[in-house]
Write a protein that binds this ligand. Sequence first.
Ligand code: AMP
Length: 494
Amino acid sequence: MTFKDLKLSDKVLAAIDAAGYTTPTPIQAQAIPFALEGRDVVGIAQTGTGKTASFVLPLLNMLEQGRARARMPRSLILEPTRELAAQVAEAFETLGSQHKLTVALLIGGVSFDDQEKKLERGADILIATPGRLLDHFGRGKLLMNAVDYLVIDEADRMLDMGFIPDIERICKLLPPSRQTLFFSATMPPEIQKLTDQFLKNPEQVRVSAPATAAKNITQKLKFSPADSKTKRHVLRELMRSEVSTIQNAIIFCNRKRDVAVLHKSLVKHGFNAGALHGDLDQRQRTATLEAFRKGEITYLAASDVAARGLDIPEVSHVFNFDVPISPEDYVHRIGRTGRAGRDGYAAMIVTPKEMKGVRAIENLCKAKIEWIDGEPSTENLAATDFSERRERSRRGERGGAGRGRSKEAAVATTEPRETAEVRPIRQRAEPAGEVRSAPAAATAERPARNRRNGDGSSVSRYHRELLPPATSAPVVGLGDHVPAFLMRPVRVAS
Ligand code: AMP
């Protein structure tokens, strides 16, 4: 099949030619004819399949007739993130090179004034994130009743980000006669409900089974016996082992703060790395992405903000520093590599407590992922899990990272060198009240209720008093300590 067979206009075909596309991708071949017929479409496709052009091309075609009036956009494209919105605007720039259509981009982190001016001039195509769109609508700068075409892109991402109520509100503001093109990589029940409610008898097109990873991606797992520092060491080893083939790589972490810590650590170890996560302002994010695109940065430590939709061609490697919380995110993350039929490589670091997540991914993808150096044995997992728990209890940490100071934050301050000496543990080995090392002695004088230990974690006075003295003799029962409630006199009935 050729683009000509899709009955696109001459102008659109000329732009496709100029962009260098020769053959429509499967999602384009399936979705474009329905869109041109005026049908609502549900497209189940992940990024990297050419889905952006599958709505940009028919929109350009359909918008050729007519023109926009002030504050009354003719089409609306909703994107979950600013980056995706900016990327779609770029696609319109490339593929709309033969048209004189006006594009307005409404995203957060950019001045309202400039955006209002664009709306005032009239926009044929309005690309927006839901929050900023509703802000403009609330200010009375925007009328939605001339929107003939609505595109909802990355709907499952919108769901993850809590945008569904906003989407519902926006859909209710639009004329019911509009045409809707709806795209999602997966179809969880909430998304299905949304399409049932707001689309009219849609045609469903699907380019691959939901949440399956592309076959041209080599996937590997690498065991790490412990979190944080050990994981960073394992990551560096992985990166070095692939150095001859790495062109550029994205390294995904589950949490924003881990991205920041990892970025710092990579730079310190001489890797040419940048960071991308939701806490950075728009200017920083755009600059980092641009540098990564141009090859000025080779490694990009990123949170899932970067996982979906960002069009960064030719990412040769993806490293998962953490097993993602949702198995669908794994598919999205590794979808950054092996795009447009190229070979890709994705390796994931797994700690004992992340094994469950690996099984969820394998179940979802219906495939086993191969381990580098073989699968860890049950004994191996149990041993590392036990030693990790023992280590944590020696450090006075209780399970989970949610309480008190996070483990990562502690690492950030106690890890000037990756070969870190065991200073924090050594300090802990002394009875808390009798610490004589300089920093800890200073803390001991503080009257505060919660005192900091040498490793940065804190132990309340109450808990410190309950800590056993550091002797090597095993403690039997409650040891010498008798809790106060056991010493209370008991009234005995005569
Ligand atoms: P997307 O899935 O929309 O993010 O597109 C992934 C990449 O494929 C982008 O770099 C597009 O420019 C490119 N692309 C889209 N359609 C085609 C096509 N028909 N032929 C070649 N490349 C394409």
